[in-house]
Every structure is written in C-alpha cells, then in structure tokens.
Write a protein that binds this ligand. Structure first.
Ligand code: UD1
Ligand code: CA
Length: 457
C-alpha cells in the first residue's frame, strides 16, 4: 500500500458558531495543538503524502496557523458553504493531479486514529471505490446513518432526510472517507442538492457509486474517531480522551504516574523510562525528559529539557529554555527560564534563575534572584562551576561569578566575582549590648501611658 499515492483533504471552512469564539473553531487546541493539526498529523501517519486544507471562515488566520502545523499543506478557499461535497470540490485542482487514494476528513474530529484511516486505504487497495469509516452508538441523533442492503453499504442518509425506520439505525457515518482518486471527481460532480438542507452532501457519493456498480464498503472504528467538536464542553471531552490515551501510552513505555488522571501532557512531550511523575503536574509544549528523572507534585513545565536523574519540584516552574543537565536539582518554588543548570547543580528553594548559567555542582541558596531585567533589556548571569551563592542574594546582571566563587548571604552583587573569591554585598552588622532590653522597656512604658490616658476619659 505504501506505493499508493495519497492526498488528504481536511475540511475546515465552517464557522463553528457554537464555540462562541473569535478564534476559528478548528484552531482551538487539544493538548496544546490546534484540533485541525491533530487531523493532519493522523493523515500523515496514515501515509498521506500531500495535504489539502479547505478553509473559509477566518481564512487568513487559518492560513497563518497552517504555516506552523502543516507548512507543506495547500490551502483552498471555499467561499460559500454549500455542503461537504462542495467543500471537497474546492480542492478540485489537487484531486485532478491524480492520486491513487483521496482521504476526506473533518478538521473538527481531532481524535482520528491513523489506524482507522489505514484500514480504509487498504479497502481501496483491495478494489473498493469508496470506503466509509463508521461507528456504532446507542445515541445516533445528528449523524448520517449507514444504510445497508444484504450486508453491503448502499447509501448514507443524513438525519434530516431519514425515514422513521432509518432513524433507528445505530451504525453511523464518522465523517471520514477514502475515495479512489481516479473516480473521486466523477462521483463528487454527480452530487446534487435535492435534500432537506439543500446542501451538496459528500455522503451522497455512496449511493452514486453503488448505482454505477462500484464497490462501496463500510469499516468500523471506535466512537472517538468520529467525535466532532462543536462547543467547549466537547472540546474538554476530547482533551480528556486524548490525555487518557497518552497517559496510558506513557505508563506502558516505563514511566510511573502515581495519579495519572492529574498529569497533563502536551502533544509533543517526550519522557523517558523510569521517570517518576507525582500528582498534579502540567507539561506545556516542548518538554523533553530523559530517563530516571523525578518530577515532584505541582510542577509546571514547558519548553524545558531535563536530562537523566534530575530532580524537579515540588512546586517548580520550568519555563522555555530551562535546560537541566544530569542530576541537576530544581526544588520547591523555584522558577528557571532560559538558563542552563549544569550537572549536579542545586537550585533548591524559592529562587529565580533567568537568562543564566549555573555551573556544575554549584549551590544556589534559598531566595536567590538573578536580576536579569532592567525594564528594557535582559542580561546574562554566569555562575561558575562549584560556586556557592548564599541565601537571599540578588545577582544584578550582567554579572559573572567565577568558578568556586563564594557569595555571602543577603548580598546584592553588582560587580563580577573572581574565581574562588569571597564577596560580601551588604552592610556590616552592628551589635549593641543591652540595647534590646532598653528599647523593649521604653516601648512598654510608652504604650502603658497611652492606655492609661485613654481610660481616664
Ligand atoms: C457530517 C456528515 C454526517 C456525519 C457527521 C459526522 C455530511 C453531509 N454529513 O454531518 O454523515 O455523520 O458529519 O460528524 O457529510 N464543511 C465545510 N464546508 C461546508 C460544509 C461543511 O468545510 O460547506 C466542514 C465543516 O466545517 C466541518 C465538516 O465539514 O468541519 C462537517 O460539516 P458539518 O456541517 O459539521 O456536517 P455534519 O452535519 O456534522
Ligand atoms: Ca459536525
């Protein structure tokens, strides 16, 4: 089958009014990726070499977004929304180039399994002209029904055009179709709009093909494949299904999730075996974790690279560009952004490390802040190997702490510290014997006088 050429056409011209959003519906995200991008990805995984996107509503925004998630896809604009067959024909030019297989998918069904698409393509390879991916549901309202005669699919009837008897059919159209590329245009051009909605229905090609004596088959896939997102409740439902699938895969690949339902992955999270993820952890896009790391509870991680055996959290925030080398440790209430924490370095408590390098084995004390921003520009802090930064220090960037440098607690460091030097950046302590007691007595007597004066009145 891999030799068969394939074009996938993703329909995404609809407005999606029920999302109540200024963003086109199919750009709403599942696991940090627009739902239409999930569809394109599934098509690619099913071996589709070329992608066509049919857009309409929010065309400019769609085009712009597509340059990111499907840079090679061609876009076609459907000016008037006259139905799904009409939408497919917006990509006439692409179909006319001639493909063995044409896959038609909807941009709002993000949970499509590439396996189901592959099965449909196999049916074409075996000689079918049209393969429809169906699903069974006890609740078929709103879906097109698959009408079978003698065990063969002969038509798809939209809900509004169904007889009462046909409405009882529970085998439904998932909205995914594989069409023999040499027959696609002929079939689509034969579609009319004499139906309840007055639309050109893609589904009508089934009856047309049957009438021409062509072989049409229905394959069955699970319900999720057909889950169309129309509102934000369904968006959350799809997110839930996606996350559940991903957690399962991740656990089977050797990662321990103590409370899987509380861990949220991004579409691109990479996480190595023997990593432990405690409850309530969020992964944004762009996270790569090697093996044997420990991600403690309530950590928020995005755009970060975490090498093997690192220890992160609890309550750590790793932002884009955080790069933790082997055995590095970033503890509770620490934020790391655009910074390398080298091998075995420790940033354990209540610290902000931004635009910086923390050298191997360095120890950053509680409450240390890299002051990287003056309100206009960002500056770099370089902390050398084995340096020790005492608690509650402010490192005012640009600044370099040499290898083995030692910073006294509570320092505000504004000048570079050479290798192995000790730097104090604070006022010297003054201690006055007995003065504490004297002060306490003075304050107590003043307070007593005030109280007595108040009760006299
Ligand atoms: C469609 C199917 C139905 C199936 C259901 C599964 C048809 C006629 N019906 O119905 O059999 O059970 O999906 O979810 O195909 N679109 C355009 N341009 C148009 C019309 C639609 O781009 O002119 C796009 C929409 O943006 C959407 C997709 O095509 O992504 C499906 O259209 P929609 O109107 O939602 O079809 P359904 O009524 O759900
Ligand atoms: Ca729909």
């Amino acid at each position: 089958m891999s030799q068969r050429s394939c074009l996938s056409i993703v329909l995404a011209a609809g407005e999606g009014t029920r999302m109540k959003s200024s963003l086109p519906k199919v750009l709403h995200q599942i696991a940090g990726l627009p739902m239409v991008a999930h569809v394109v990805k599934a098509a690619e995984l099913a071996g589709s070499g070329d992608q066509a996107l049919v857009i309409g509503h929010g065309a400019e925004e769609m085009r712009k977004a597509a340059t990111k998630f499907a840079p090679d896809a061609e876009t076609f604009v459907q000016d008037k929304r006259l139905g799904t067959a009409h939408a497919v024909l917006a990509a006439r030019e692409a179909i006319a180039r001639g493909y063995d297989d044409v896959l038609v998918m909807f941009g709002d069904t993000p949970l499509i399994d590439p396996g189901a698409l592959t099965v449909a393509r196999l049916k074409l390879a075996e000689g079918a002209s049209v393969a429809v991916i169906g699903f069974r549901t006890p609740n078929p309202t709103g879906y097109g029904r698959l009408i079978e005669k003698g065990g063969r699919l002969v038509a798809i009837r939209e809900e509004k055009d169904c007889s009462e008897e046909e409405k009882n059919i529970t085998f439904c159209n998932g909205g995914l179709m594989a069409i023999d590329g040499s027959k696609a245009l002929g079939l689509l051009d034969a579609v009319g709009n004499a139906n309840a909605k007055g639309e050109y229905y893609l589904t009508d090609i089934v009856e047309i093909a049957t009438g021409e004596g062509l072989e049409v088959v229905a394959t069955e896939a699970s319900f999720e494949n057909a889950l169309g997102i129309n509102n934000r409740a369904e968006l959350a439902q799809a997110e839930g299904i996606w996350q559940a699938r991903r957690r399962h895969e991740v656990m089977l690949s050797g990662v321990t999730l103590i409370s899987p339902e509380t861990v949220f992955f991004s579409h691109d999270t990479e996480i190595g075996a023997d990593t432990l993820v405690e409850p309530n952890v969020w992964f944004g896009p762009g996270v790569k974790i090697a093996t044997g790391a420990k991600i403690h509870a309530f950590s928020h991680i995005e755009g970060a690279t975490i090498a093997s055996n690192c220890d992160v959290g609890p309550f750590a925030r790793l932002r884009p560009g955080a790069d933790l080398k082997q055995k590095a440790k970033v503890g509770n209430f620490c934020e790391v952004k655009q910074a390398v924490v080298e091998e075995g370095a420790k940033v354990n408590h209540l610290t902000y490390i931004g635009d910086a390098r923390v050298g191997a084995g360095a120890n950053i004390g509680a409450g240390t802040i890299t002051c990287n921003y003056d309100g206009y520009s960002k500056f770099f802090t370089d902390i050398g190997e084995g340096a020790f930064v005492g608690s509650n220090s402010s490192l005012v960037a640009p600044i370099t702490i040499g290898k083995g440098g030692y910073i006294a607690s509570g320092s505000v460091i504004t000048e570079d510290v050479p290798e192995d030097a000790l730097a104090f950046g604070r006022a010297r302590q003054k201690t006055i014997p007995g003065k504490g007691k004297e002060l306490r007595e003075r304050f107590a007597s003043a307070a007593a006088k005030k109280k007595a004066a108040a009760t006299d009145h």
